[in-house]
Design a protein around this ligand. Structure first.
Ligand SMILES: Cc1cc2nc3c(=O)[nH]c(=O)nc-3n(C[C@H](O)[C@H](O)[C@H](O)COP(=O)(O)O)c2cc1C
Length: 379
């Protein structure tokens, strides 16, 4: 059975998962999520599902054309899976990773490997994955093959045009000090070398055992990357920085001043939330038991509709600040968090956001519309 058919069938039981024991739900969904991802990477849209968005939806950022205003968020395809699938579905771009210099197996707790649960009635989810990935060397070589295939035109002609490839990177929580930063920059250089179109630095993943990276020494990290990567770029591959949706709106000007001064090319608001109390009000009463169990047992990051207002507010403030501050180079605001519909994208457009990413909403729409999800969204 196709992965998308399985997802459709599963969506029948999804609304009722709040009735079952939280441990059962979390252990089942964590396992089934991995099985599903293994299955979907074998799948491609069929002829009737392949979709090219209307030309007026495309946009150009940093000289790169994105054929639609939305792409997947980081963490969905951690090891370079499914590029062709999302390109044929109609995504504006593809984002792989988050990758780290070393291989990571990810989190296991209470006999649950890569803990995850959806909150279907709340259109939200929690995860405590802990950056599982095959490491930058393996993933960069895999990416080299994908990019070579595109360049040799082995893919159906023209269909993958205007779907740039980005990669999300982060200093490995297993390394410390200079080793950590060197690993991060070495990884970025590998992705640049194989021809990635843009890079995103994940500054705000709450799911690592070494604490919250966003509370580490941000300036030193970003300055190190400037010295050893931005200043040494052969071309001018754009590098954006992704912060948490828990960022305070008042922090936006100082963060942007830092990114302008160091020469970064954009900002993404943002990543999952660890403000469990604040996000709880967006969780449907029938799913609060599951939510409390997950956040108390695993912690992790909250995603989906519970972040919609925060991502819009942070991005709107960022756009205002960019307009007033006139950075010396091209700088873009990317919105991630709670994007589900074309209405959300229009709101982003009105706010002046350049590009959107989605994760939780992507899978909900994939369950509903299969590979035609972008067609359904834009029609
Ligand atoms: C299962 C899962 C894994 C994720 N992994 C990553 C990751 O590796 N790197 C990252 O920057 N964000 C990661 N995220 C966060 C998403 O990229 C996104 O910022 C967040 O889910 C908010 O978007 P959404 O509301 O559309 O889901 C992950 C989210 C989920 C649900």
């Amino acid at each position: 059975m196709k992965a998308t058919t399985l997802l459709k069938l599963e969506s029948v039981v999804r609304p009722f998962i709040g009735l079952f024991s939280p441990h059962l739900v979390i252990s089942q969904y964590s396992k089934k999520r991995i099985d599903f991802l293994n299955k979907i990477k074998e799948e491609l849209p069929n002829e009737t599902e392949i979709y090219s968005p209307p030309e007026e939806l495309s946009r150009t950022l940093w000289g790169l054309t994105f054929k639609s205003p939305i792409m997947n968020a980081a963490g969905m395809f951690k090891n370079g899976e499914c590029y062709e699938m999302v390109a044929l579905q109609g995504a504006g771009a593809y984002l792989g990773g988050t990758g780290t210099w070393n291989i990571r197996t990810g989190n296991e707790k209470n006999r649950v490997y890569l803990p995850f649960t959806p909150y279907p009635k709340s259109h939200s989810a929690s995860n405590f994955l802990g950056l599982p990935n095959h490491g930058d060397e393996v993933n960069a070589s895999k990416l080299a093959c994908i990019i070579q295939d595109i360049e040799l035109n082995k893919h159906p002609s023209g269909r993958l045009e205007n779907t740039p490839i980005g990669w999300s990177v982060m200093g490995s929580p297993d390394l410390q000090g200079e080793d950590k930063l060197k690993g991060l920059v070495d990884g970025m250089k590998l992705y640049e070398k194989v021809g990635v179109d843009f890079l995103e630095i994940n500054e705000s993943c709450p799911n690592t055992q070494h604490g919250k990276p966003q509370e580490d020494d941000l300036y030193n990290r970003l300055n190190y990357i400037k010295q050893y990567f931005l200043n040494e770029r052969t071309g001018r591959i754009p590098v954006i920085v992704k912060f948490s949706n828990d960022t305070e709106v008042e922090q936006v000007p100082a963060l942007l001043d830092l990114l302008f001064a160091l020469g970064y090319d954009g900002v993404n608001f943002g990543n999952t939330s660890t403000h469990y109390e604040k996000r709880r009000e967006f969780i449907h009463p029938s799913e609060r038991n599951l939510y409390d169990h997950f956040t108390k047992t695993f912690g992790g990051g909250v995603s989906g509709r519970a972040l919609k207002d925060s991502s819009l507010e942070l991005c709107s403030r960022a756009v205002e600040y960019v307009k007033a501050g006139h950075p010396a180079h091209e700088f873009h605001i990317i919105r991630t968090g709670g994007i589900e519909t074309f209405k959300d994208i229009k709101e982003s457009d009105q706010a002046g956001v350049s590009m959107n990413q989605w994760f939780t909403g992507y899978f909900e729409n994939l369950a509903r519309h299969g590979h035609s999800l972008y067609r359904e969204m834009f029609n």
